[in-house]
Design a protein around this ligand. Structure first.
Ligand SMILES: [Zn+2]
Length: 552
């Protein structure tokens, strides 16, 4: 009973249906993984499946709205479509006439879209006389169509991981684009590894490795970073399911390394593995977040080793020019990917990019448009948030024109890389966020914040590493503040000069950042407070800390 309630507590973010599935998962997982990795489609088969998926996206979208929207009276999308006076037949004829993206743009213009705050239920959805509030469960595809089979945890920047669901059926769809991506970057024959935390059995690293196994690529090493859980039971649960995946993939797949815990001090072991592989004539590729790729590069520089022959598949945060430089200076290469929780990876780095972060969109599984109406900012520049639509009921959430706070430049061009030839013709670059820093994500790379808070501020105003920390806070007036905590031990500081310096530093770099810094300045978002920086659950003083929504 007690254990049951603990499990329930550990997954309190999920609905009852998800709790049930989570409890069943350890029993079903080995079989699901077996089926997933056993199929082992050839590259030709995967290519054909991708082709077919691209040809059926309009039809699948129509099926999806028929089954998961029009037949679900409480669906938020149904309410929006009713308000827009749009019936299923209208969608069918719009698809015929204008294609999927054209239809989605028409729907967005008619008010069928959701902002990040509306989608997360933080704000009422208001369109004319229509007003309602959405809830998290509203977006889970109906049970008979959804195919939930796993739980992921995202580390989040609040310091409190959040749980979400995913499914092997969706991974199967993701695998089609991953195969094309690996082919385009000549990574099919590389030695594959992941370096990620155990944050639930379905976290990016294990997910990528399992998909690689499905594609017949042996997973040579699974480096996992230790991460604390909310309680011992949760920790046990996620370890158990991770090892179950590894065991089943090892048994039934082309080879799958046993996860090995590796602490930050022993990151040089990864460098040694890259070196050893190179000496044996093998290229390597590692799935990891960009900051970790940089850490590996620093470790290589420290021991005088080279990362030549290693490609980092990086995501989770922007791969800034500084990070790219750090990785390339150690001899490594970067192939960027882009995704978001809980949907997964949705765009894959172009092999002949015209921009640092140019990627091909997984347009077989997603539709992506820019909101046709701009959100005017104070500078008069037009901001068009991206609107995401999932095209399979196996996606963790049913999204129709949902903004997650990201913006980017969308384009179509023939880059001449194999992903274009495979039909993934929609490109995306300059991915950034206009919403995240003022809600719960972050738009600034850890590296830049580290540099600012651990070097520039101490050099100029005194103190040392750990004396400054940026904290995002939501005050009683529901307004978000970005507060710079300054350790009182430092002594007197000119707060006005400090604030001015901080604003200028945050504004340096991209156009977006200048814009955001100006918005914050005008809105009084930035402030300084004398208070010792707060340690995270890992015991570290992270330079940027997002407070949980419920606090303050
Ligand atoms: Zn390309």
């Amino acid at each position: 009973m007690m254990i049951g309630s603990k499990i329930k507590g550990a997954v309190s973010e999920l609905g009852d249906r998800h709790v049930q599935q989570m409890l069943l998962l350890p029993f079903t997982l080995p079989f699901s993984v077996r089926n997933f990795v056993c199929e082992r489609p050839s590259f030709g088969e995967v290519k054909a499946e991708l082709q077919q998926a691209l040809e059926t996206r309009e039809q699948r979208f129509l099926d999806l709205v028929r089954n998961c929207v029009y037949s679900v009276p409480e669906s938020p999308y149904k309410k929006l479509l009713d308000h827009a006076g749009c019936e299923l037949g209208d969608i069918a004829s719009a698809l015929d006439k204008s294609g999927l993206e054209g239809t989605l743009k028409q729907l967005a213009r008619a008010g069928v879209y959701l902002t990040p705050a509306e989608y997360k239920g933080r704000q009422d959805v208001k369109r004319g006389r229509l007003s309602f509030r959405a809830h998290a469960g509203d977006f889970t595809p109906p049970r008979q169509f959804g195919a939930t089979s796993g739980v992921i945890k995202s580390s989040g920047s609040t310091g409190r991981p959040s749980a979400n669901v995913t499914s092997f059926a969706w991974w199967r769809v993701e695998a089609l684009a991953i195969a094309s991506f690996l082919d385009a970057h000549n990574l099919y024959t590389s030695r594959v590894a992941a370096y990620e935390p155990i944050l639930g059995s379905m976290a990016a690293g294990i997910r990528f490795a399992t998909i690689a196994a499905r594609l017949g690529i042996p997973v040579d090493r699974c480096f996992v970073r230790p991460t604390p859980a909310n309680n011992w039971l949760e920790s046990l649960y996620f370890r158990l399911t991770t090892y179950e995946i590894a065991l089943a993939a090892r048994w039934f797949g082309p080879g799958f390394a046993w996860p090995e815990l590796i602490s930050a001090e022993h990151i040089d072991r990864i460098v040694r593995w890259i070196e050893k592989s190179r000496k044996e004539g093998r290229a390597t590729c590692i799935r990891s977040v960009a900051s970790n790729a940089v850490r590996i590069a620093r470790a290589a520089n420290e021991i005088g080793a080279s990362l030549e022959g290693c490609t980092f598949i990086s995501s989770g945060e922007p791969t800034t020019p500084a990070k790219r430089r750090a990785i390339e200076s150690a001899g490594g290469a970067v192939a960027v990917v882009w995704g978001y929780v809980p949907i997964g990876t949705i765009a894959f780095g172009c092999a002949k990019p015209a921009y640092d972060d140019e990627m091909h969109l997984s347009r077989h599984s997603m539709a992506l448009i820019e909101h046709p109406e701009s959100i005017d900012d104070t500078s008069g520049e037009a901001l068009h948030p991206l609107l995401f639509t999932t095209l399979y009921p196996s996606a963790a959430q049913l999204e129709i024109n949902v903004s997650n706070g990201d913006q980017a430049i969308l384009s179509e061009r023939n880059c001449g890389c194999p992903m274009h030839e495979a039909g993934l013709t929609q490109h995306v670059h300059n991915v950034g966020s206009f919403e995240k820093l003022t809600s719960e994500g972050m738009a600034f790379s850890i590296d830049e914040i580290y540099e600012l808070l651990e070097t520039e501020l101490p050099n100029r105003f005194g103190g040392d590493i750990g004396d400054y920390q940026l904290v995002e806070e939501e005050a009683n007036d529901a307004k978000n503040y970005l507060t710079l905590l300054v350790n009182p031990g430092i002594g007197p500081i000119d707060d006005v000069a400090l604030l001015k310096f901080l604003t200028a530093a945050l504004a340096s770099g991209s156009r977006n950042k200048r814009f955001m810094a100006r918005v914050w300045q005008e809105a009084g978002t930035l402030r300084v407070r004398r208070q010792a920086p707060i340690a995270s659950s890992r015991g570290k003083v992270l330079p940027l800390r997002m407070t949980a929504k419920s606090s303050n």
